[in-house]
Design a protein around this ligand. Structure first.
Ligand code: ADP
Length: 173
């Protein structure tokens, strides 16, 4: 049904940086929904590695072959963001049992704020379930020689160089 917001989902996160785990959820979500809107959350209390515009550009390169995926930034509640883009589903990825506890609390909170919006979970694929943006930043910090080859297994190719550039010493630039 055209215009049915239950056919549209948002997938929100920091994506700082975006990973192969995120991309896997985006690809699978794009098959399930008519529109999938990737929401890049702006948190004024956190100093991100990549600016919102940089993250939009990185995610944009990753999803360029997925015509029903859109990208947007937001700095308000996830449910408000979902309403603003006409989506009635929050798509989440679950990696571990410990993720579930936090996700469960978040889903209950969002449901009490917006009962018309449902949270839908996809289990992380086994080959990506250990990947997190935090882990990737730790690897990138090891320095370009060590990190470049390992990063291929964790982030899309277009993210590797911008990521390494962030940790290069001024003399190496
Ligand atoms: P945060 O908002 O805490 O920075 P992220 O941007 O890393 O979180 O994650 C956003 C969403 O993507 C969450 O639902 C998270 O569980 C999911 N996710 C993150 N990494 C993976 C992964 N490797 N596989 C599947 N889902 C993931």
């Amino acid at each position: 049904m055209p215009g049915d917001s239950t056919r549209n989902a948002v997938y929100v996160g920091s994506f700082d940086p975006p990973t192969l785990g995120h991309l896997d959820i985006i690809r699978r979500g794009a098959r399930l929904f008519d529109r999938l809107i990737v929401g890049i959350g702006i948190n004024p209390d956190k100093e991100p590695l990549f600016s919102p515009d940089e993250r939009i550009a990185l995610v944009g390169k990753m999803v360029s072959d997925l015509p029903n995926v859109e990208i947007s930034c937001f700095d308000n509640l996830t449910v408000t963001f979902a309403r603003n883009v006409d989506a009635a589903v929050l798509l989440r990825g679950v990696r571990t049992v410990s993720d579930i506890e936090m996700e469960f609390t978040m889903a209950l909170t969002n449901h009490s704020l917006a009962p018309d919006i449902e949270t839908v979970f996809l289990m992380a694929s086994d080959k990506y379930s250990h990947i997190s943006s935090t882990l990737i930043k730790q690897i990138a910090r090891m320095g370009p020689d060590l990190a470049a080859t390992s990063l291929e297994r964790f982030v899309p190719a277009c993210v590797i160089e911008p990521l390494l550039a962030r940790y290069r010493k001024p003399t190496e630039r």
